[in-house]
Write a protein that binds this ligand. Structure first.
Ligand code: SAJ
Length: 433
């Protein structure tokens, strides 16, 4: 099975690295994106997203002629769809991007082509995608009606890479291959073996869809457990990080870390895809979402309580004279991604409380996007330490660990991410398991 030309639809955090890795294996890759600016950037050999080393790989792929970006699909032997799958206001999955991507490639499909859905999707989305393509191309046959005899092969192969480690994980992680038929799986596995060094494990499309949702829900439930423990421990005057560290010494206990909430584009979204399909059954999964989503509000209450305590201890001051320093704005440690970030959400809300000033430190960004720059004052670590009366520690960036313990000693500190309350964390050993 040879794939001369591979098309990747959606050149975002998953699509672009995937396109670049295929191109680095000397495959002709056509990247498709509706965003003309992103297309132009890529065709200049540059990137519009932040991911370590991706710039070099894309630059090489474009200059050697293996990767080009376009806004309209062109014929190819395999199509990988890596578009966003957000949820709507009621937490129902929004498949509009998959619908428009599958309808956009339908006119260029030909007998023998393979279409893979990589976007994280609710169970049944791959069948739905195949139905949209079949409707647009009645002259071709699809697996849902023609099984192993179909002209077009369709599979779901969810991406599972961790932002910040995408290029390594794309190659090394095992890959779940969920074909709509056995031949669909076989063809999809052959495609991924172009670069995947992990195992390509074959299943059906529905199980593959559920598998990805299960992985992220498992992490969400585990973090919710840690977050619930942190609220309980706060009441009982116990250091939750020490507690978890001790409990994790048990050979069959492995609790994740509490924080100011769960952010990012995956873990806070995907569990809802299970809940929306089986609302009465997914009780634990829903509760975990609710616990994690309510953590920022709890953090804000704790800050307000601390300000009240501070004012009691400093009766000469008023709330208007209190400066709050927020440490970290990104959605998790050591990245520059501010989207869907609980730390950012908390900082924004604190600005609207009646305090004197709120300053923020985020060592991973040089300047804030325009809409944030108006409301949040971004300052250096030293400056924040100098001017803040209360230090609100929101993200365990490596720049804060160790340094903050020492420098911040005389200040009032509220630690929501284990920077000072888990002194065994050092940059060298700090990692998210
Ligand atoms: N978080 C905690 N405590 C922890 C670990 C994480 O509060 O112990 C928080 C982080 O601060 C962050 C959020 O959870 O706000 C999510 O971060 P993450 O590192 O757990 O996950 P993501 O969203 O960057 O990537 C996840 C990964 N999924 C799993 O680890 C099961 C990744 O492999 C997936 O490919 C990705 O979702 C995705 O695209 O679905």
């Amino acid at each position: 099975m040879s794939f001369e030309t591979i098309s990747v639809i959606g050149l975002g955090y998953i699509g672009l690295p995937t396109a670049a890795v295929f191109a680095s294996r000397k495959k002709k890759v056509i990247g498709v994106d509706v965003n003309q600016k992103a297309v132009d950037t890529i065709n200049r050999g540059e990137i519009h997203i932040v991911e370590p080393d991706l710039d070099m790989v894309v630059h090489a792929a474009v200059t050697e002629g293996y990767l080009k970006a376009v806004t309209e699909p062109e014929p190819a032997d395999a199509f990988l769809i890596a578009v966003p799958t957000p949820f709507k206001d009621d937490h129902e999955p929004d498949l509009a991007y998959i619908e428009s991507a599958s309808k956009a490639i339908a006119p260029v499909l030909k007998k023998g082509d393979l279409v893979i859905l990589e976007s994280t999707s609710p169970v049944g989305a791959t069948e739905q995608m195949a139905a949209w393509m079949a409707e647009a191309r009645p002259d071709l046959t699809f697996p849902q009606t023609h099984g192993e005899e179909s002209d077009i092969r369709v599979a779901h192969c969810p991406e599972r890479v961790l932002p910040g480690h995408v290029l390594r994980e794309l190659v090394q992680n095992d890959r779940v291959i969920g074909g709509m038929t056995a031949k669909c799986s076989e063809k999809a596995a052959a495609l991924y073996k172009t670069f995947v060094e992990g195992e390509c494990v074959i299943t059906n499309a529905r199980t593959a869809e559920m598998c990805k949702l299960t992985e992220n829900s498992f992490r969400d439930v585990n973090i919710a457990f840690a977050n619930e423990l942190s609220i309980i421990c706060d009441k009982l005057d116990i250091n939750v990080w020490e507690l978890i560290r001790l409990a994790n010494r048990h050979p069959r206990v492995n609790i994740l870390q509490p924080g100011p909430g769960v952010g990012g584009h995956c873990i806070a979204v995907d569990p809802w895809f299970i809940v929306s399909k089986t609302p009465g059954k997914a009780r634990l999964i829903r509760t975990a979402r609710e616990i994690n989503d309510s953590k920022p509000a709890w953090v804000i209450e704790k800050v307000k309580l601390t300000v009240a305590e501070f004012l009691q201890a400093n009766p000469d001051k008023t709330a208007k004279e209190v400066t709050i320093g927020c440490f970290g704005l990104a959605f998790k440690p050591n990245i520059d991604d501010l989207r869907e970030s609980p730390a950012l959400q908390i900082t924004r809300k604190l600005i609207h409380e009646n305090f004197g000033a709120v300053v923020a430190v985020e060592p991973n960004v040089k300047e804030l996007p325009a809409d944030l720059a108006e409301s949040i004052q971004l300052v250096s670590l030293d400056h924040a330490l100098q001017v803040s009366d209360i230090l609100v520690l929101l993200v365990g960036h490596k720049e804060f660990i160790g340094t903050l313990n020492e420098l911040a000693k005389p200040k009032k500190i509220i630690d929501f991410c284990g920077i000072v309350n888990a002194p065994w964390n050092r940059p060298s050993v700090m990692r998210f398991r």
